[in-house]
Design a protein around this ligand. Structure first.
Ligand code: TNX
Length: 521
């Protein structure tokens, strides 16, 4: 009893520390550190040097040069790579703030990076801005932190097909994700109204397929141009930036459903009973056909995708395939029969299996939405559980990895308040507190199965999100809650304390000119 009360008291004291996500272990110490023009920086090891550059850049608003030093001065920040140990894992760090020295230690570059993020959060929110100040000085409280993430997959997905978001906005989002220790950006690059990634071998995919001329619901759009795509050089730039931020970009190329833009660009990919219409977008079905040549087409696309994205996981969609058009198409039925497949679910699995084999041969791993379970799961597949948690449970029980992303808690396209006072959205109700309450490990799993849950991800679908600032509004502060449930240990989560710390986090978002939703009064 006494211990519990003492722990609760200590926790309350920590409210003063403006950290999101909350670290695994925090101890307040006497004294404090002053960051000012005299502060120097020592980096030990190559990974520490990369991080030193990042730290200098991220403090540019302070105007402090953080000169390199051979040995400790009156005020020094020391970044060092140390031997691996269990307390740190692959992404953990130790941060000690003493009177004349700040020590950040980790066994990996990523760990140091996260230690730097925590240190930055102990500084005033103004340091997250771009306006340079002169004569800057800040006092950081003495503290000892040992921290490591609960989950390895801490993700956010953005749909850039329904509406296009420019490269600059993607870079901005990545920066803020990294500050919240989120490490997977799932880039939903293709869908019905727009194909957004340049594929050199198939130029029509962007020449025609990126020029959205109707909205997701088939209505002609408002005369504004929502079209756009990323060139391969744009993508290289984004991937290189993400690497510096220790974010893996998981590209998604949707198949075999949600493929109107691809079929409009190359009619031979589609399911047809009548010859194609004059309007290339007037497809009979949003599904691809299952010809060998279509599989080959997508393998060729994936060749270019794999060259651009180093990610082990490649997302292939697999959701919401409308089986009706396959049922009503003689050629598809013939192919199904030839392959000895029982039904359309198995046909979908056949398609995904071909792609799984291809990705595996190239040293990659397939990830898809939970419908890929329906006709039997491909051997190496990882499941992204969205229609609830059942897909994740079934995958984990079958010995497959899963990422949890259920509509109930992780759909950031849903309303975050009363629809009367919110911008029009797809529906649903997902206020901040509900996001925060999500527990990614389903109760139904035993300890071994639970290890299959790689982590958690929020999805921003963009049917009703036409602008970057609107997208930011949907992402934050729900992204702050995501950060804590993905990174912090389960027993460290506390809604009341989180709300207190969040106020500081919102000041940082303001300094970065992020258009977050204001908290309810
Ligand atoms: C379902 S989630 C979809 C998306 C929509 C979303 C809207 C998923 C795998 N498929 O295509 O945009 O709902 O909430």
């Amino acid at each position: 009893m006494f211990l519990l009360a003492a722990a609760a008291m200590l926790r309350t004291e920590f409210q003063a520390l403006p950290l999101v996500p909350w670290p695994s272990r925090v101890e307040l110490k006497n004294g404090s550190f002053t960051l000012d023009a005299s502060t120097t920086l020592i980096a030990k090891g190559r990974e520490a040097h990369e991080n030193a550059d990042y730290l200098r850049q991220s403090l540019r608003a302070t105007g402090i040069p953080l000169k390199g030093a051979g040995k400790a001065t009156e005020s020094t920040i020391v970044l060092s790579i140390v031997k691996p140990d269990d307390a740190l894992g692959v992404e953990g760090y130790r941060l000690k703030v003493g009177k004349s020295e700040v020590d950040i230690e980790a066994s990996t570059s990523a760990g140091l990076f996260y230690g730097i993020q925590t240190f930055r959060q102990l500084l005033p929110a103004s340091t997250y801005g771009t306006a340079a100040t002169s004569g800057f000085s800040a006092t950081v409280p003495g503290v000892e932190i040992v921290d490591r993430p609960r989950f390895g997959w801490r993700g956010m997905m953005l749909d850039v097909s329904r509406h296009f978001f420019p490269k600059e906005e993607i870079l901005k989002m990545l920066g803020t994700m990294a500050e919240h220790k989120l490490n997977h950006f799932h880039w939903h690059l293709t869908d019905e109204p727009g194909w957004r990634i340049e594929i050199k071998r198939y130029p029509n995919l962007t020449k025609l397929g990126s020029l959205q001329n109707f909205d997701t619901f088939g209505k002609p759009i408002d005369g504004q141009n929502h079209g756009g795509f990323y060139t391969q050089s744009d993508i290289r730039e984004v991937v290189a930036y993400a690497k510096k931020l220790h974010i893996t970009i998981v590209p998604e190329i949707e198949m075999p459903g949600h493929s109107v833009a691809a079929i409009a660009s190359y009619h031979e990919l589609g399911v047809w009973n009548n010859p194609p219409k004059a309007n290339p977008w007037a497809v009979e079905s949003s599904n691809l056909n299952t010809e060998e040549s279509t599989v080959k087409f997508y393998e060729n696309v994936l060749d270019e995708v794999m060259k651009l994205f180093p990610s082990t996981w490649i997302h292939v969609g697999g959701d919401e395939v409308d089986k009706g058009p396959w049922k009503g198409n003689a050629r598809t039925q013939e192919l199904k029969k030839q392959r000895g497949l029982k039904d359309e679910d198995e046909l979908q699995s056949w398609f995904i299996r071909q792609i799984d084999g291809y990705l595996t041969t190239h040293g990659r791993r397939l990830i898809g939405w939970d419908e890929i379970l329906e006709g039997g799961l491909a051997q190496g597949a990882t499941v992204m559980s969205w229609r609830g948690i059942e897909g994740g449970i079934a995958a984990a029980r079958a010995g497959h990895d899963a990422v949890m992303s259920p509509t109930s808690h992780m759909y950031f396209d849903f309303y975050q308040g009363d629809p009367k006072s919110e911008p029009r959205s797809i529906g649903g109700h997902l206020p901040l507190e509900r996001v925060y309450s999500y527990e990614p490990i389903p109760d139904a799993l035993n300890a071994t199965e639970a290890k299959r849950i790689l982590g958690v991800q929020a999805n921003i679908w963009a049917e009703y999100i036409p602008t970057s600032s609107h997208m930011e509004y949907m992402a934050w502060p729900r992204g702050c809650a995501l950060s804590e449930l993905a990174w912090s240990q389960k027993d460290a989560r506390d809604w009341t304390l989180f709300q207190g710390r969040l106020k500081h986090d919102l000041l940082r978002l303001s300094a970065e000119q992020m258009n977050f939703r204001k908290l309810d009064k």
